[in-house]
Write a protein that binds this ligand. Sequence first.
Ligand SMILES: N[C@@H](CCC(=O)N[C@@H](CS)C(=O)NCC(=O)O)C(=O)O
Length: 238
Amino acid sequence: MTIILYHSPKSSASRRVRLCLEEKGLSYEAHVIDLGKQEQHGDAYLKINPMGVVPTILHEGRPLHESSTICEYLDAAFPEPPLRPADPYDLGLMRNWIRYVDGLITNLIRFNWRHGLAKQAAKMTDAELEEMIRNVPSAERKEAWRRAARQPYTEAELDESRGNLLAMLDRMEAMMTNGALIGGSYGLADIATAPFVRRIEEEIAPDALSSRPKCAEWWEALTARPAYGRADFGPFVD
Ligand SMILES: N[C@@H](CCC(=O)N[C@@H](CS)C(=O)NCC(=O)O)C(=O)O
């Protein structure tokens, strides 16, 4: 049965799921959720994604949210080609890595929202902003919207986030085995990390890969994959 993907073209979590779908060779029907119009906070969408974020998939009529969960689900439901390590210990390492990467999302938000959502939110009246925040399920996201609308992140905060993302690259450089992050073969850990590295090399720290040769080689190989081209990691900044 058809897989339906609700996503946003530039969203890192959506890019992760698109890359996974493409690696699996799965066809899917894509529907764009317009984050600028707060479609992710609409009543209909909240029914399939209680966190009010993209992406979400519908498969066999059943909704699933959280990009890491979606990718594991796809790998379990469609086993070929396998994207998770067969070794249970490596599987644990993969999950811990993805959890760590997911925890870095706030650092990307500080950079990403400046380009579109913050400008949009800044135009809202206080009443409109309050109304919109009322529908945002997570306290952390409410705060991110408030900051985006009224109190742009400072250079010091951006530097702090850049540092956290560079620390991720340092960890990658140390753990890389056979050109892959976990267990020596390409899989969901690499897929989860790719959208972050795309934003780092595009804008956040464009020179970062040149001093991290294993990461640079990994990125070159990853971006040469046909699935990467199909997943559309086009420029974030217009
Ligand atoms: N942990 C979630 C994060 C999803 C997420 O943060 N999505 C962002 C785009 S990358 C979003 O929908 N932002 C809009 C908002 O927070 O209102 C996942 O991996 O699916």
